[in-house]
Design a protein around this ligand. Structure first.
Ligand SMILES: C[S@@+](CC[C@H](N)C(=O)[O-])C[C@H]1O[C@@H](n2cnc3c(N)ncnc32)[C@H](O)[C@@H]1O
Length: 212
């Protein structure tokens, strides 16, 4: 199953590989890494690009393992409908316990209001353009999950990397599947300390940036 975001000429594909990649990049190297190195009682995640909600759902599952509370804010310019998301049938890849939301039910959570989905997880998803977004709140982690540079070069610009820097607390991290040299340099120029990490299966490298 796959479908296309016409305006960006990009597609979503329902496959196990997408879950493996999200789990590796955003959960293992982002969320879990931050939790291991920070002992704050609260974790504030900002995601650029809600898409199918896969990163959000994996974070929700992961948050059940922690005692802390996670506030997850995500922006999306072209929200998918509940019907479209259901077509992906991601639940076939997850075995959820009774008190945990299925991916399908997670997808039905309303937009534009923050909601506690458990003692450990609050989700706020907003239909909005990141390029017009002005945020005063600060975050601990940014999941930067725009489509690739070929599709959306403007989203990987110095201006937007600087915006990410400004949105983080000191000690906060920016994480992405992207490994492009120009993005790494834009992050460095914005003030980040950037690490090149081994990427998920099939990708040589990815980037993690620390606000220092
Ligand atoms: C790679 S996909 C995100 C995948 C998603 N994180 C997931 O877990 O399924 C990139 C997303 O960014 C969204 N997007 C593109 N430009 C945007 C913008 N300017 N502001 C907010 N979202 C944008 C796209 O519509 C798309 O859903």
């Amino acid at each position: 199953m796959s479908f296309r975001i016409e305006k960006l000429n990009e597609s979503y594909h329902s496959k196990n590989g997408a879950i493996t990649e999200s789990q590796f990049v955003y959960i293992q190297e982002g969320y879990s890494y931050w939790n291991e190195t920070n002992k704050k009682g609260v974790c504030n995640i900002f995601e650029m690009g809600y898409g199918t909600g896969l990163n959000a759902y994996l974070s929700y599952l992961e948050s059940q393992k922690h005692h802390s509370k996670t506030y997850y804010t995500s922006l999306e310019l072209f929200p998918l409908s509940v019907k479209e998301t259901a077509c992906l049938n991601y639940d076939k890849f997850f075995k959820t316990q009774k008190d945990i939301l299925t991916f399908e039910n997670f997808s039905k959570i309303e937009w534009e209001i923050g909601q506690d989905l458990s003692e450990h997880f609050n989700l706020f998803k907003k239909e909005f353009d990141f390029e017009k977004f002005e945020e005063i709140k600060k975050y601990d982690i940014i999941f930067y999950d725009a489509f690739g540079y070929h599709a959306q070069p403007e989203l990987w610009s110095m201006k937007n990397m600087q915006k990410c820097y400004d949105m983080l607390f000191f000690g906060g991290i920016w994480i992405s599947y992207c490994a492009k040299g120009s993005v790494r340099r834009a992050l460095e120029k914005s003030g980040f300390e950037v690490e090149r990490l081994p990427g998920p299966p099939g990708k040589r490298e990815m980037l993690r940036a620390l606000k220092v």
